[in-house]
Write a protein that binds this ligand. Structure first.
Ligand code: THU
Length: 162
């Protein structure tokens, strides 16, 4: 028997001000996008913004449904919007933020859910270049992750079916 280990490292910034200016702009757009979330059921408002290689920025927010499984997370709204508006244009960085109206808090960096990790990974494989992730809230620390792949060790992808 042999043990293997998978790990990844990421940057932790103490606050928004520590981001590069371009990342600050993107992060602000993610925070603003929380306003467009439709989240009457969870009251958890998520916003995401992507910087594309062509200089454009696309945003997304979570869109819930009375039939709960029909709801869709901000990240996947964003990916669908980007792929539809600018097909073939790589995403460089995605910023993610949120506001939890249940407790009024937004201090801890947002961790994308498992389905979104899978979708981010597929997008990254498809565009053949990494997507940087900036994860944060309305205040507090911000995590910078070099690629979507890091968030999904031992991932399943199309190459597993060939
Ligand atoms: N949600 C997102 O939009 N992104 C995440 O990364 C985590 C969760 C949404 C889904 C649902 O509308 C609400 O947040 C509560 O789970």
């Amino acid at each position: 028997m042999k043990k293997e280990q998978l790990s990844f490292s990421y940057e932790v910034l103490d606050a928004f001000d520590a981001l590069y200016e371009a990342d600050q702009e993107l992060f602000k757009k993610a925070r603003e996008a929380t306003q467009f979330a439709y989240a009457p059921y969870s009251r958890f408002y998520v916003g995401a913004a992507a910087a594309l290689q062509n200089g454009r920025v696309i945003t997304g927010s979570n869109q819930e449904n009375a039939s709960f499984p029909a709801g869709i997370c901000a990240e996947r709204v964003l990916l669908s919007a980007a792929a539809s508006a600018y097909p073939g244009v790589p995403l460089l960085t995605i910023a993610n933020s949120y506001f939890n109206k249940n407790n009024g808090k937004s201090e801890r960096p947002l961790a994308p859910c498992g389905i979104c990790r899978q979708s981010l990974l597929e997008y990254e494989l498809r565009q053949q270049q990494p997507i940087r992730l900036l994860l944060g809230g309305m205040e507090g620390k911000i995590f910078i992750i070099d690629d979507a792949k890091s968030l999904l060790p031992l991932y399943f992808s199309g190459s597993d079916m060939t």
